[in-house]
Design a protein. Sequence first.
Lengths: 498, 351
Amino acid sequence: MNLVEMRGITKRFGALAANDNVDFVVRPGEIHALLGENGAGKSTLMKILYGLYQPDEGSIVIDGSDEPLRSPADAIARGIGFVSQHFSLVPTFTVAENVLLGYEGRFRLDPAEMNARVAQLAAANGFSIDPAAIVGKLSVGQQQRVEILKALYRDCRVLILDEPTAVLTPRDTQALFEILRKLREQDLAVIIITHKLDEAIENTQRVTVLRLGKVVGSQDTSSTTSAELARLMVGRQTVPVQREAATGSTQRVVLDVNGLSVADKRGVQALRSVTFQVHAGEVVGIAGVAGNGQSELVSILTGMLQPQSGGVSVDGKPVILGDPRACTQHKIGRIPEDRLRGVIGDLSVADNLMMEQLDQFTRVGHLQPAAIAEHAQRLIEDFQIKASPGDPVRTLSGGNIQKVILARTLSQDPAVVIAAQPTRGVDIGATEYVHQKLTEQKARGAAILLVSEDLDEILLLSDRILVIYNGQLVGEFASDAVDLDRLSMLMTGAEKTG
Amino acid sequence: MSLGLRLERLPSPLWLRAAIPFIAIAITFLLVSVLVILAGANPLAVAYELLIDPLTKNSARADILVMATPILLTGSAVALAFAGGYYNIGAEGQLLAGAAAAALIGQYVGDLSAWVAIPLMIVGGFIAGALWALIPALLKVRLQVDEVVTTLLMNSVMGYIISALLNGPWRDPVSGWPQSPTIALSAQFPRIIERTRVHLGFLIAAVVVIALWWILTRTRFGLELRAVGKNRDGAQFLGIRVGRTMLTTALISGGIAGLAGVSEVGGIHYYLIGSLSPGFGYTGIIVATLGALTAPGVLLAALFLALVSRGSLTASRELDVPVYLGDVIQAVLLLVMLAVLLLNRYRIRRA
């Protein structure tokens, strides 16, 4: 008897099919891993099961009943629990108050009775947690346990956890899986959305792999290997090779990154002693699944984050970290991950194009409108930006905003280019344009660091590929010797060392 | 949704944006007409008294300039701060700080010529306003304390300080009134139009409005200020020192609000009293918002509100409507303006 049967689920967002005829079955008493790269459709599928999205096609049978799920309230009533990556807890309330919030129907609350009931529930499931503790003072791992308790209190039979270990320390991860095993023994079903293969292999009974919205594999965990899963997840057969050879690549190190370590806000180590070099005329690609430290690396290299330790130098000169202006001084060109943080949307194209060179365009505190307009006109022509100098940047398309950032950055002849997700969300024409411009910079002798979640883009442009996993560089490939199987395994943590 | 309609976010055409203040004024008068009818008067007659009649008389035209003077200054102060993303609600307290400084300096400059005495008061009032703005600004920049709350509360604190001064050391020794000693003759602002009460303060306000326009549109500081105001993360990414820019913005804003206090002491009362400002600092928020945080907008909005205030005096006399009608109109106009500005960003579409 299956606890959940999703059949033929299709969900479209505009032209994109986030789920395409997906079959997904969960049995009682199993921990089921839902695997896939970013954008594979895992979260969409689970949001459908939780009633947040309505499928365009397909049926969902929970415990023999196929009534439609119109809202999360329907899903909760049918025994579905969802623990999102971003907790929905009230930090100033106690554990018991959070667990009961929105569920207790009576007007008067009895704190002692509430605490007793929550303590009993926790004990029955093998948790140790103080029901009277204030949630804001708990660790992230403990807060996650409160979320799980919330679901259990609502009699959930299917517990969905979205990337549950992304925010946890290794010790908390261990504790989490112990709890999940206990739930499984009570015939609950647990679904974990993840891209960490090692966790899936060690802790689950079955796995389903999604790629580009389709199911590419669903089987017992014991009958598969991490290598097979990695291949299914990443799923590329050929390396595109129309890339130009590394012209003018020399042995001269331009960007030298040495031992960068940083912890994120929750205290989880986001980067662990990251060291690499980029030479003049070379493109180095950082490959990895999102959330493995790429954002922190880019933030440090663009002056927006101060690392705990480590250093960066350009042409042998150390760069002061944590100061965006130091980047401009050392001729580090920056294409930020989130392009809307790289421009001031309400200011004009002309203003945005010169904001990194304010000294050149001001005289004793006065802006020089003629010079600014001329500069803008020249860059708009050079970079084929479809806009007038006076247009507010926010009125431009994503591709044209990206061209504004490229124009501002590349027109300063940078020694280093940090290109983070340079083509995310732009159309094919703009993507090709960005690639062409990066290739021009390489020919000019710039050292280029390309950080992208798009593996095809990394393979297309990079002379050398570094693989990042869990905040560490775990492997390196020359562009003419890429072993895709191994690359996939390194990206997903299926193979531990490079 | 159930009606088959939905709101869609769209940029509006330029002509519509230019028409917004007029649409808001029209709606406001429709709403206020209800009150006028309840008060037993003819709305058209009231509209004439409020908007047209004051413009036909010399003395009323001069009064409008006098009444516009403090709110031109507080409006400029608030517009600068808001444009920089610093929500200074404390112009009222900063105005009082400037007024206290002017009253203090004005008492001791009797031996100096007006050419020295008046600039001393102006500089002193600016510094006092800026200093009173410094505390919330530091809290904001260093500790991310919400400036809306702190600047607002600092207004009450300054109100009590003024009250303590007037009931303590500055109490008039002869009459016993809570009012400071009169400032020296050389510190009193000259009239700039004969046979009217229009004083030097209006000239100062005009210069400040021009300076506001020049700072916001022509200087590097203004560009950085606007960048910080629109997108703090983006500004930081582009190498702008966000904290320093915000601090400078707050201090200049406080200083300008302080000038409004100097102008009222130096040009109108010649001493400090507790009721010096009937909320000019708060009216400045209305002026800045109606003026879309631009200098020309502040100029028009301040003159318009002064016109309505002046008109409501005659209207209450001639038509027997409450004099508070002017205040009601200001408040309704602000609400309508905000609503129209918000709705202007959307279009109603069939789903």
